[in-house]
Every structure is written in structure tokens, then in C-alpha cells.
Design a protein around this ligand. Structure first.
Ligand code: PLP
Length: 386
């Protein structure tokens, strides 16, 4: 499409051509199974292990602590269900934040249906978990706790170091979903005592359908998928060699280009954030403790879906700010946890910049956004009732 400006990088990032190049050899006719003994198998194994080293290096882990999965969702599910199943039988309680991605939230609800008790920890108005409230929720029978590193909707970065430290002091395994944070926030598992941590390649300019779970050495996690015992028995099934090779390259580039990307994204993000100078446009999430690529706005008098579609017609891709459940028009629990009403949630949009966006793209977007909001406000019945 001519004049297509992609500003929905929190949903997925474009595939970097360097990463595609790294994947291509593994689509060849002679691709091997990493479990095979012959040369084709050995070369596939080598690619998988090289990628494991790169993914480990992104978070300062050991390659032995990386389990490849089919994405962030599976990594989160493996962590929650796996930690729950391997916990001693008297530990049937979990502490989970109210602002988790559905991959964590729904896994926790599933455990609840199976007899687990879940304490849902809230946030302040910026979507940040209060360590004192979190600590008070931990009990002697807590099997695990889960708080994401950074929120996918409003972009707030959680005090994960502190929360993980509180859990470590009490011997409670702690999971963090770092799918949005990796490559945008420095993550060092030597400094932050997380037990497990979820990653996804497609938020890092890599392929969709590939992710990883970091499982700290010594932490017990039961598998969800049974079979040939690949990935140290934690994720059976022939590895997606091309996808994993792409993830490895994505992790390498994210580590090497970290400063450059964060600096660029932050400066573009701040320009978009200046849209709050418009009347009736408000920033959600923490103003400083936020992802370098995320701007989440409530636009009074405009309905998010109409705004997204109007901008799409003009060649700008942004996201709806409140991910609705597939079952219908329900606002996401994230804004609700932050104390906002359902009505506000339907006027929220998410603009997420990426490493390849330019200043010119963002300037033209600002103009298009301003015009679209004005037009919608003229048309909108919501505006009349403001
Ligand atoms: N966790 C967070 C915070 C996310 O943003 C996403 C993707 O939107 C996921 C988990 C799920 O990852 P995947 O799409 O790789 O399954």
C-alpha cells in the first residue's frame, strides 16, 4: 500500500530482512531434524543451539535455561501451569496481577477452575503494582506469583526487581512475562531473581509463532506437551528450526542495537505523546516508567474503533487501546484495574512506534490523527454528551 505507516509494533513488529535471511537456509529441501544423527540433523541442531545462546544472552541467562516454545502464550502457560503442577500439594495459592496479558490471566483462571486460589493484585492509576500490596498477598501456601515486566496495553514498566526479590526472600517462584519488555528494557536474570520469564520473537522483528521460556536452573516446571522429550523434556515436538534460527538472530540484533533502538523509539514516542496537548486527549500508563515504544491515549468524544478504521483508510495502522475479549464488546481489565470506567476504555487507542519508523512518518501521523479526531468529534454522539 502506498503511504502505509505502521504504528502498531506492540501487536507485532515487521519481519527484519536480516532475520528473514537467517531463516531462509532452514526452509531448504535438505533441512534436517535436530534429533537426527546425520549431517543434515547436526546442522539443524547447531542452528537451534546457536539461537539458544543468543536468546540466553539477551537476558544474561545460560543457554541451558532457555526452552523454545510456540510463542509468548505457550511460554506463559508453561510457566503458570508448570509451576503449579510441580508445587508441593499443600501449595495451592497463586498471586497474579490484574493487568496481565490474557496468556497469563486465562492460565491463572484455568488453575482457579482446578481448585487453585488466586489473589489478583491491583495497580495504581498508572497501572503499576504496589510492592507492599503484592507482599501482603504472598502466603505460606503460595505456589507462585506472576507480574509482567511491562504492560502490553498501557506500556507501564513494573517494579519487577523488587517483586522478584520479595518472592525470592520467601521462597516463592516468580514468573514475569517479558514479551513486550525484552529489547526495550534491560533484562538481566543475574540481577533480578525471576524463576521463569516469557519471551516472544515477533515483538523483536522476528517470526511469529516462536517464543521461549527462561527457566532458572533448579526451578521445577512440569511440561504441558509430552512426546519425544525435546527441549530438556519441557517441550516435546520437533523444533521449528527456521523460526528458532530467526528468533536467535532477532535476539542478537536486539542486544547489539539496544541503545540505538531505544533512543530512536523514545524520541518518536515523545512526539506522539505530545498529542496530549490536544483538548480531551489523555495519556494512560506511567509517564516515565513506560516502554520506549508505547503511547496509550484516551480520546474523549471519539470511539476507538472508528478512529482506528478512519486512520487505516488514510494509511496509518494503530491499535485499539483496550483489547476486547473475543466473546464480545467487553473492555479489557487493564484500564479497569487502573480505575477507569468502561466508557473511557472504548475511547482508548495505542500507538506503538518501531525501530524503523521515521520522524517524517510520525509528523504526518500527528496531522492525520488530529484531523481524524476532529472529524469524529463532529460526527460522534459521544461528543454531544460530553
Ligand atoms: N504477553 C504479552 C505481554 C504480549 O504482549 C503478548 C502478545 O501480544 C503475548 C504475551 C503473547 O505472545 P505470542 O503472540 O507470541 O503468543
Amino acid at each position: 500500500m502506498e503511504n502505509f505507516v505502521y504504528l502498531d509494533n506492540a501487536a507485532t513488529t515487521p519481519l527484519d530482512s536480516r532475520i528473514l535471511q537467517a531463516m531462509m537456509p532452514h526452509f531448504g529441501a535438505l533441512r534436517g531434524n535436530p534429533s537426527s544423527l546425520h549431517a543434515a540433523g547436526a546442522s539443524a541442531r547447531e542452528a537451534v543451539e546457536r539461537a539458544r545462546e543468543e536468546v540466553a544472552a539477551l537476558i544474561s541467562a545460560s543457554p541451558r535455561e532457555i526452552v523454545f516454545t510456540s510463542g509468548g502464550t505457550e511460554a506463559d502457560n508453561l510457566a503458570l501451569l508448570g509451576l503449579a503442577r510441580s508445587a508441593p500439594p499443600e501449595r495451592r495459592h497463586a498471586v497474579v496481577s490484574k493487568v496481565e496479558h490474557p496468556a497469563v490471566r486465562e492460565a491463572a483462571k484455568h488453575l482457579k477452575e482446578g481448585g487453585f486460589e488466586v489473589t489478583w493484585v491491583g495497580t495504581d492509576g498508572f497501572g503499576v503494582v504496589d510492592p507492599a500490596e503484592f507482599e501482603a498477598a504472598l502466603r505460606d501456601d503460595t505456589a507462585f506469583a506472576a507480574v509482567m515486566w511491562a504492560n502490553n496495553e498501557v506500556g507501564s514498566v513494573q517494579p519487577v526487581e523488587e517483586l522478584a526479590g520479595l518472592c525470592a526472600a520467601k521462597g516463592v517462584p516468580f514468573h514475569s512475562d517479558a514479551v513486550q519488555a525484552a529489547g526495550r528494557v534491560r533484562i538481566d536474570v543475574d540481577e533480578t531473581p525471576v524463576s521463569t520469564l516469557a519471551l516472544s520473537a515477533h515483538k523483536l522483528y522476528g517470526p511469529q509463532g516462536v517464543g521461549a521460556l527462561f527457566v532458572r536452573e533448579g526451578v521445577e516446571v512440569s511440561p504441558l506437551v509430552f512426546g519425544g522429550g525435546q527441549e530438556g523434556g519441557l517441550r516435546s515436538g520437533t523444533e521449528d528450526v527456521a523460526g528458532i534460527a530467526g528468533f536467535g538472530e532477532a535476539a542478537r540484533l536486539a542486544r547489539e542495537e539496544f541503545e540505538e533502538r531505544v533512543t530512536r523509539e523514545t524520541s518518536l514516542r515523545d512526539v506522539v505523546m505530545d498529542l496530549t496537548a490536544m483538548g480531551g486527549v489523555r495519556l494512560n500508563g506511567h509517564p516515565e516508567r513506560r516502554l520506549s515504544n508505547n503511547v496509550h491515549l484516551t480520546v474523549e468524544g471519539a470511539e476507538a474503533e472508528s478512529l482506528v478504521l478512519m486512520l487505516d483508510a488514510l494509511g496509518y495502522a494503530i491499535g485499539k487501546g483496550s483489547a476486547c475479549s473475543s466473546s464480545g464488546h467487553k473492555a479489557s481489565p487493564v484500564l479497569e484495574a487502573m480505575g477507569q470506567g468502561e466508557r473511557e476504555a472504548f475511547s482508548a487507542v495505542r500507538v506503538s512506534v518501531g525501530k524503523d519508523n521515521t520522524g517524517a512518518e510520525v509528523s504526518s501521523f500527528i496531522e492525520a490523527f488530529t484531523g481524524a479526531v476532529e472529524r469524529l468529534r463532529e460526527l460522534s454522539p459521544l461528543q454531544a454528551s460530553r
